[in-house]
Design a protein around this ligand. Structure first.
Ligand SMILES: O=C(CO)[C@H](O)[C@H](O)COP(=O)(O)O
Length: 215
């Protein structure tokens, strides 16, 4: 495994609350070089996906496309989809860090891996996160405990796009038991490809939540 500039070695492993070792021991720090691979509305590596000063259409039909750094995590319910998603995203040229689970364990818990992915997204400016479970509910809740995370639960392509357009969500939660693999991949693709609109009213609301987090 290659440690690559911009990838965040996240503090993965065990139970974040108790500090006890768990089924997740390491993060897979893998980054693929594919600057030529691009996606609609993405931002370049090293750029910020949070760009309120850059006007963007609410419903862009095209734009600059580039590879993204994406932090991915799943519990047992999302384990199989995570593997398919990582393969899919890497094939598209994105830089993927897998925060676990690293092995299927039907009794594992989603908070440690989702918190780790959320922390990695916040520490890695311009990156995005994907957290996967059975429904996506708990995974979204866990990720949103991390200051600076705006995790959207996307249940179709439109909610994925809106999570980026309106909410500048930096993490998307997906329920693996709610979708076929192709549906789930399409949801994540839509999320990754969509830019924040930069609209003043949306930014104002995001700022209100950020102010609450830091009060
Ligand atoms: O979606 C989830 C949390 O929102 C979990 O993946 C789900 O609760 C796991 O369920 P089980 O332990 O019964 O497999």
């Amino acid at each position: 495994m290659e440690l690559v500039e911009g990838a965040v070695p996240a503090p993965i492993g065990g139970n974040l609350v108790t500090g006890q070792p768990g089924t997740v021991d390491v993060a897979e720090e893998v980054v693929l070089r594919a600057d030529s691979v691009v996606h609609r509305g993405g931002v370049g590596i090293g750029e910020s996906a949070h760009a309120p000063n850059i006007p963007a259409p609410e419903h862009p039909s095209c734009g600059t496309m580039s590879a993204m750094r994406i932090h991915v995590a799943a519990d047992h319910a999302g384990f199989e989809l995570k593997a398919a998603l990582i393969e899919h995203l890497r094939a598209s040229g994105h830089d993927i860090t897998d925060h676990g689970a690293v092995a299927y364990d039907a009794l594992d818990d989603y908070p440690p891996v989702c918190l780790a992915a959320g922390e990695a997204v916040v520490a890695d400016a311009g990156s995005l996160g994907v957290v996967i479970g059975g429904s996506g509910n708990g995974e979204q809740i866990a990720a949103n405990k991390v200051t600076g995370v705006r995790a959207a639960l996307a249940w179709n392509v439109e909610t994925a796009r809106l999570g980026r357009q309106h909410n500048d969500a930096n993490v998307v939660a997906v329920g693996a038991r709610m979708h076929s693999t192709s549906e789930a991949l399409a949801i994540v693709d839509a999320f990754v490809a969509e830019p924040f609109s930069g609209n003043e009213r949306h930014q104002r609301r995001i700022d209100q939540m950020a102010a609450y987090e830091t009060r």
